[in-house]
Design a protein around this ligand. Structure first.
Ligand SMILES: O=C(C1CCC1)N1C[C@@H]2C[C@H]3C[C@@H](O)[C@@H](O)[C@]2(C1)O3
Length: 130
């Protein structure tokens, strides 16, 4: 009913606010758009579930996330993919992995600091009833 739609609208506003801050952070530029499959032909053989911050924004607007947990599952996919595809002991891969770890720690710290437990519980409750 309307209260549920109000809750999900507030969830989308919160998730856009978090995602916009990640996209604005220069450290996370490499994560902001899908990896170009033409430039990196073996990417899809290594990374089974590609994800990036522009795709996350699109999913927010298409109302794909009912809970913060579902959102975090996609953002975690971004940095996990980067660690998996860029494992070499060379300066480029090491920089990507450092930034992937920063993305992980940043998004989890924002959620811990800014998400009220009761709000996530309300979202999880809505998810159960659907
Ligand atoms: O994994 C990534 C992105 C970094 C986080 C997502 N890429 C895979 C390619 C390997 C490496 C060098 C370039 O070939 C460039 O295309 C990529 C992009 O970086």
């Amino acid at each position: 009913e309307q209260q549920e739609e109000d809750t999900l609208r507030e969830l989308r506003l919160f998730l856009r606010c978090v995602t916009d801050r990640l996209i604005l952070d220069r450290r996370f530029k490499a994560f902001s758009k899908p990896v170009d499959k033409e430039q990196v032909p073996d990417y899809l053989t290594v990374v089974r579930h590609p994800m990036d911050l522009s795709t996350v924004l699109s999913k927010i607007d298409r109302q794909k996330y009912i809970t913060v947990r579902e959102y975090l599952h996609d953002v975690d996919q971004i940095w996990e993919n980067a660690l998996e595809y860029n494992p070499e002991d060379d300066p480029y891969d090491r920089q990507i992995r450092h930034r992937a770890c920063a993305l992980k720690d940043t998004v989890h710290a924002i959620i811990k600091d800014e998400l009220k437990e009761d709000f996530e519980r309300s979202c999880e409750q809505i998810k159960e009833t659907r």
